[in-house]
Design a binder for this molecule. Structure first.
Ligand code: TYM
Length: 334
């Protein structure tokens, strides 16, 4: 039986954090051997909000090093940079021409992000169509993402179904979002009612960044907002969201079930102990990743070479798909 195709992506905008790792990257690495994998550094998506060109260039290489440091293996997975494969931008235009505007205006992430900006770029509205193309041009069956990307994957399904219906074909595979049972929504340490996010990660105490040094990680956990009580328990009470988030992180990092997690804290003396132990297991998990990232960054030419190999393979899959799509839509393909 042929392996299921997996596609997922991550923006190279720096500040890669614990949520990205637990909600996405770790799960990509864990199932590589069972699947045919495409993992994309989505630099075109990053351009949907203003970027500093030098920083974006640096962060794109840094993300390549990060994915390798997190265990993605170029022998098992195609790892590449989105803008290196022209099919993504080209095919996005074709999908734009069958996607109703209202579908994009309804996207939660668009509404949230655009509300925070004075001038909204067209690319921000179009972002989910570019993402749909990423997935659809590889005939991906599965899209492993954190909870916040579920709506975008559902839109990719809708776009695929609309294309198939319009042209009476089964051309596009209908992809499934794969959301992990734990770690799908890591919340901010400074406010556990909002997800941990890259755009907030420069704010002290909000996020645990994968490249933070151990002292900084310990410090951020120690500052984590909790409540005035002292009960260490999983809870859906919004008052207890801080403690619930810390326990959720501990659960995701250690892979233990809730009973085993609570047993580990049976002797804890208050929230101070809780924060310290969550910090310790997180530091133990992230330290080798940071060290490997820093090691790989010493050889940017090798990172570029690996990305070029990935792009070449990605092109060989996605360009014929986009060419076929053009034919179906009535374009003359030379
Ligand atoms: P991005 O770069 O914002 O995030 C990368 C992955 O990390 C997950 N994630 C989280 N998981 C748990 N808790 C959090 N606090 C948290 N924050 C982020 C995200 O869900 C994501 O899986 N649009 C996408 C990138 C993309 C893509 C694609 C994904 C472009 N094309 C095609 C899948 C398929 C994004 O901006 O992810």
């Amino acid at each position: 039986m042929s392996k299921k195709r997996v596609f997922s992506g991550i923006q190279p905008t720096g500040n890669t954090h614990l949520g990205n790792y637990l909600g996405a990257i770790r799960n990509w690495a864990a199932r590589q051997a069972e699947k045919e994998n495409y993992f994309c550094i989505v630099d075109l998506h990053s351009l949907t909000v203003p970027q500093n060109p030098d920083e974006l260039r640096y962060e794109t290489r840094s993300m390549a090093a990060m994915l390798l440091a997190c265990g993605l293996d170029p022998n098992q997975s195609t790892i590449f940079v989105q803008s290196h494969v022209q099919a993504h931008a080209e095919g996005c235009w074709l999908l734009n021409c069958i996607t109703p505007l209202g579908w994009l205006q309804r996207m939660t992430q668009y509404k949230d992000k655009s509300a925070k900006q004075e001038s909204v770029l067209t690319g921000l509205l179009d972002y989910p169509v570019l993402m749909a193309g990423d997935i659809l041009f590889y005939d991906a069956h599965e899209v492993p993402v954190g909870e916040d990307q579920k709506q975008h994957v559902e839109l990719a399904r809708d776009i695929a179904q609309r294309f198939n219906a319009l042209y009476e074909t089964e051309f596009f595979v209908i992809p499934q979002p794969i959301i992990p049972a734990v770690g799908a929504r890591v919340m901010g340490l400074d406010d556990a009612t909002a997800k941990m996010s890259k755009s907030q990660a420069d704010k002290r105490g909000h996020a645990i960044r994968i490249l933070d040094d151990p002292k900084e990680i310990m410090h951020s956990f120690k500052r984590a907002v909790t409540d005035s009580g002292n009960e260490i328990a999983f809870s859906s009470d919004p008052e207890k969201a801080g403690v619930n988030n810390l326990l959720g992180i501990y659960k995701a990092v250690t892979g233990k079930d809730e009973t085993a997690v609570l047993a580990d804290f049976a002797d804890a003396r208050g929230y101070g102990d809780l924060k310290k132990r969550v910090a310790e297991v997180t530091i133990e998990m992230l330290t080798p990743i940071r060290e490997r990232h820093d090691y790989l960054m010493q050889d940017p030419a090798e990172l570029d070479r690996l990305m070029a190999v990935g792009a070449q393979h990605a092109r060989s899959v996605s360009q014929p798909k986009v060419d076929d799509m053009k034919r179906i839509m009535g374009l003359v393909v030379p």
